[in-house]
Ligand binder design. Structure first.
Ligand SMILES: Cc1cc2nc3c(=O)[nH]c(=O)nc-3n(C[C@H](O)[C@H](O)[C@H](O)COP(=O)(O)OP(=O)(O)OC[C@H]3O[C@@H](n4cnc5c(N)ncnc54)[C@H](O)[C@@H]3O)c2cc1C
Length: 465
């Protein structure tokens, strides 16, 4: 005879060891649920991971977060990794452009310690990449954006680009401000982005609190936080972590059962599917969520990272953005990577929304990017390239196109005890670490609801305890 759930220890299986799955598993374990975390790959961290290349430890892609990413910051603290991330005291993005005659111009997107929206006014007023008239246009655009109601479903039917044009934005303002920020955060140009997602990003990041957009990043390889620290903390919390363990089938019944590729069957009251949308589509019982057959319509978008090790230092700042160049953002990775060649510098170019480049051969990317780096950085002209390689993430994010909101399900499904998590679910955020962690909290909150007075995620970044 089976024991009633209320009288025995509750159990959960979390499928997927990315940030969403790590969060959900920790929360469930914290609440006393006997939890198993399955990860198909040999490491945790999902899309935000590191690997070894000779002496270098390489991140698959440069990851940054903003001060307003409270849930991600809360997870980092929960993992005891607060000292392994840095956060700018004040937003400061150097933006470099080089004219055809070689004239270099460095603009700065910086914030002051003033209330919103004045915090950006001084920086915009002197922003070299825009004429005075265009600077005013940006201010008007920002004020119009601030008035948008993020709860209005109509926003998702419009492209950000179309809205920007309707609000007086020019190709110059789109390139120097809206796409400069938007492509990196949304992984699509304004014309291909839902106004709902763009408005969410700009309102939250630039127009909520003065410090919201201060930029942070790990000061160690991502794997030290998302794998090493996460594994240690999950095990400390009592989670059974099974790496190299792919869930092949979910049998939803009174007791849900997950069959591993190797044949093992794990039964659990709660199953959190925390893989990407294709993984969820493969495992969800038929009819578990409305519009399940449309999950594949939630497309994906690529991110490319171009890694170059030079024999000498070329940049002094931790990162800069380029304008009027195929180069988007350039990060100094020397310190994080363990590069041991004295005097050498390791730069990583983070290239978002690069559908037309993601499959180009390395030789072609080298021919495209090395001369461009020489044009942007005069010191590169005499420098020797010690290493050049690329990392390609073809399905880095979901495609943030208009119409996306309707395709993103919430955590709850119609199958009892089966929940969804992942940055692609309905968090309101674009595909980010923040969205992933929020989705993990949402799944845990839904799983734990009705099981007594357990702490829930308050959305303030403090780990529910
Ligand atoms: C190159 C790149 C740069 C990025 N830059 C940023 C950035 O700067 N800032 C930012 O906030 N975000 C960034 N992102 C996005 C961010 O990394 C993701 O949104 C986030 O990590 C997604 O986490 P997740 O847990 O939702 O999913 P994932 O990371 O996709 O994790 C899902 C996990 O589930 C596992 N899985 C799937 N199916 C199964 C199965 N059947 N059985 C077992 N395991 C399974 C997968 O192996 C994977 O590990 C970037 C992404 C990339 C790729």
């Amino acid at each position: 005879m089976s024991t009633p759930t209320a009288q025995r220890e509750r159990t959960a299986v979390v499928v997927g060891g990315g940030l969403a799955g790590i969060t959900a598993a920790l929360r469930l374990a914290d609440a006393g649920v006997r939890t198993t975390l399955l990860e198909a790959r040999p490491r945790l961290g999902g899309l935000a991971f590191s690997f070894k290349r000779g002496e270098l430890t390489v991140d698959n892609g440069q990851h940054v977060y903003l001060r307003c990413c409270t849930a991600y910051r809360g997870l980092v603290e929960r993992l005891g990794a607060g000292a392994l991330v840095d956060l700018q005291p004040r937003l400061d993005v150097p933006v470099l452009s080089v004219a055809a005659d070689g004239t270099r111009s460095l603009g700065r997107l910086r914030r002051a310690d003033l209330p919103v929206p004045l915090h950006l006014a001084g920086s915009l007023a002197t922003y070299r990449h825009l004429s005075p008239a265009d600077r005013l246009r940006v201010v008007r655009g920002a004020l119009a954006l601030q008035k948008l109601d993020l709860a209005d479903p109509a926003l998702d039917g419009v492209s950000f680009g179309e809205w920007l044009r309707r609000h007086g934005q020019t190709p110059a303002t789109v390139a120097a401000v809206w796409d400069l920020v938007g492509v990196a955060t949304l992984n699509a140009t304004a014309d291909r982005t839902s106004l709902a997602l763009a408005a969410m990003v700009f309102k939250t990041g630039l127009l909520s609190e003065p410090g919201a957009a201060d930029i942070g990043a790990a000061n160690v390889p991502l794997g030290e936080i998302h794998h090493d620290r996460a594994l240690a903390e999950l095990e400390r919390a009592g989670v059974r972590v099974l790496l190299r363990s792919r869930a092949a089938e979910l049998k939803a019944a009174e007791q849900n059962a997950v069959r591993l590729e190797g044949g093992e069957l794990l039964t659990a009251d709660t199953v959190v599917l925390a893989g990407a949308q294709d993984a969820a589509a493969a495992l969800l019982p038929p009819g578990a969520i409305p519009g399940q057959h449309r999950l594949a319509d939630l497309g994906t978008a690529p991110i490319l990272n171009v890694h170059v090790v030079y024999d000498r230092p070329l940049i002094r700042r931790p990162f800069f953005a380029a304008l009027g160049s195929p180069v988007q953002f350039v990060f100094d990775r020397t310190r994080h990577s363990g590069l041991a060649v004295p005097g050498a510098q390791y730069l990583a170019l983070s290239q978002s929304a690069v559908e037309d480049e993601i499959d180009l051969p390395v030789a072609e990317l080298r021919a495209r990017y090395l001369p461009e780096l020489e044009r942007l950085l005069p010191a590169a002209r005499g420098a020797r390239v010690l290493d050049f390689f690329v990392t390609r993430e073809r399905t880095a994010t979901f495609d943030p196109a208009p119409g996306t909101a309707a395709l993103r399900p919430g955590a709850r499904t119609g199958a009892p005890g089966v929940l969804l998590a992942g940055s692609w679910t309905a968090t309101g955020w674009p595909a980010t670490m923040e969205g992933a962690v929020r989705s993990g909290h949402a799944a845990a909150d839904a799983a734990l609801a009705g099981h007594g007075r357990l702490p829930v995620d308050r959305g303030d970044g403090r780990w529910p305890r």
